[in-house]
Design a protein around this ligand. Structure first.
Ligand code: PHE
Length: 507
């Protein structure tokens, strides 16, 4: 074996001065020897020094002449003693051999290129070119002038040969023990495990990358609670609690309120959204087939809602249409988390004595929408509301500024908007430094008395509220410009694995 040959040689000798020579003498393939030297040097069994040699090798053209003779020789041989016509000579030879051969043979004064006939000028010639090429191939030393001539004819080319000179290394031993790295089934079956010596464990080696779970950016953004579950987990509460805004934790709510399936009633009617409103259309909303309707609504409250839609009250004229219970009974996948807010506010309205409250929710919502770069049919909303006596629009603006500042968005603009359930209403825009433009990040407003009073909330209680998609700020914070890259079946799993922990910066 080549490894034993190297180690054995070094046991008795100071040095292997040339791996090329060493390999040639023993009939070892030099590439194989090179691999062994690299391995032994890695284990520091040997110290290896590079040796580089420029040597000449035959080009493809050179190789053909080394075998078949130079073109000039081929031309010479093709000419019979009485001579030959040029056409005939050409027919006998390969075109490139004919062309080069004629010019070289003429230059060598081997042939006479007459008008009628091509004839030999001498009787015998020596194919020096073929001879030289064969000597180059055998690695013999050759006169530089001759080499130069071959080089100019592009029959040879330089090549750097790499080899080593080798001496004993600090771990040298005449024989290298091969340590086992694994205990295999075969070892056990053969029983040779008893004699195995195992490689030492390398505690500083890097392990395999861990194939563990990874947090999704929506979760990492610290905004999303239970993206899959239909109720809230503590993570989401934490950011709001961390915000020190003392929001009540909706985990205390009955689970039904939080379920994805809502009722038209809580999603629309309770929000003073008229039954003819286009948002209630199947184009925008997913209906539930089973169970398609609900019958469990608080009847006295339903009556008050019907009343306010039909003829108003609490200072309102209402919409003046005939409100239908069947519409309100339909089940749907909630289109906004305001459906959660309406049920919470209704429960709050049932308290004997009103106490101020702050609520939030983060959950999944569904809209029957065409999917594109910025829209999905399923996404998440963050919603917050504050209920207290005497709140004003100024409070809403203040809370929103505070809230978004803590999410790392400081430049806000508010634009008047319309929602059936809020008056006044404001769309919230934030300046996107990356996109260099204002982007809409949420919607907000003060819930209307037509919504709050039927719930039983006192007249002077005001509710400021806002809602936004969770995906929007996450896209901004992660620089994602296609929502489908962030959420859904098209998400690239490596994005989930590699994206950094998001810091919700504070100015
Ligand atoms: N429900 C609104 C939406 O989906 C957001 C909103 C919530 C607006 C609360 C006002 C008050 O866009």
């Amino acid at each position: 074996m080549a490894e034993e040959a190297v180690l054995g040689f070094l046991e008795k000798n100071e040095e292997i001065s040339d791996s090329g020579q060493f390999a040639a003498d023993r009939g070892i393939d030099h590439q194989e020897l090179t691999n062994i030297i690299k391995r032994l040097s890695g284990f520091r069994f040997v110290d290896a020094q590079d040796i580089k040699r420029e040597r000449w090798v035959l080009t493809e053209e050179g190789k053909t002449y080394a075998a078949a003779g130079s073109p000039e020789m081929q031309v010479f041989n093709a000419i019979p003693p009485p001579g030959i016509s040029l056409e005939e000579l050409q027919r006998k030879l390969d075109p490139s051999v004919f062309k080069i051969g004629c010019s070289q043979a003429k230059k060598n004064q081997w042939v006479e290129m007459g008008k009628q006939l091509v004839t030999r000028k001498v009787d015998n010639v020596e194919d020096k070119v073929k001879d030289l090429l064969n000597r180059v191939q055998d690695g013999e030393a050759i006169d530089p002038k001759e080499l130069d001539a071959l080089k100019r004819r592009k029959l040879i080319a330089p090549q750097t040969w790499k080899g080593y000179s080798i001496r004993k290394g600090p771990n040298y031993a005449p024989k290298r023990k091969i340590f086992a790295t694994d205990l295999t089934r075969d070892n056990l079956l053969r029983g040779d495990w008893k004699d195995l010596e195992f490689k030492e464990y390398n505690f500083s080696a890097k392990g395999q990358p861990i194939e563990g779970g990874h947090l999704h950016p929506l979760l990492k953004a610290g905004l999303c609670t239970a993206t899959i579950q239909d109720d809230f987990s503590s993570d989401g509460a934490d950011i709001f609690l961390a915000l020190d805004m003392h929001y009540a934790d909706l985990r205390r709510c009955p689970r039904t309120i939080l379920s994805k399936a809502g009722r038209f009633f809580w999603n629309f009617d309770a929000l003073f959204q008229p039954q003819q409103h286009p948002a209630r259309d199947s184009h925008d909303t997913f209906f539930l087939q089973v169970p398609s309707t609900t019958k469990t609504l608080p009847e006295d409250y339903v009556e008050r809602v019907k009343g306010v839609h039909e003829s108003g009250g609490y200072g309102s004229r209402g919409y003046g249409y005939e409100w239908k219970r069947e519409e309100a009974n339909k089940n749907l996948l909630r289109t906004h988390t305001t459906a959660v807010s309406s049920r919470m506010l209704y429960l709050l309205g049932q308290q004997k004595n009103f106490t101020p409250k702050k609520y939030f929710s983060i959950d999944r919502v569904f809209r029957n929408e065409a999917v594109d770069r910025t829209h999905l049919a399923e996404f998440h909303q963050i919603e917050g509301l504050v209920c207290d006596r005497g709140l004003s629009l100024g409070d809403l603006i203040g809370v929103l500024n505070n809230f978004f500042l803590r999410l790392g968005m400081s430049k806000l603009k508010f634009k008047p908007a319309y929602n059936p359930y809020t008056e006044p209403s404001m769309e919230i825009f934030s300046y996107h430094e990356g996109l260099k433009k204002w982007v809409e990040i949420g919607n907000s407003g003060m819930f209307r008395p037509e919504m709050l009073r039927p719930m039983g909330l006192p007249e002077d209680v005001r509710v400021i509220a806002w809602g936004l998609s969770l995906e929007r700020p996450t896209m901004i914070l992660y620089g994602v410009d296609n929502i489908r890259d962030l959420f859904g079946h098209k998400v690239d799993l490596s994005l989930i694995k590699k994206n950094p922990l998001c810091r919700l910066g504070m100015e």
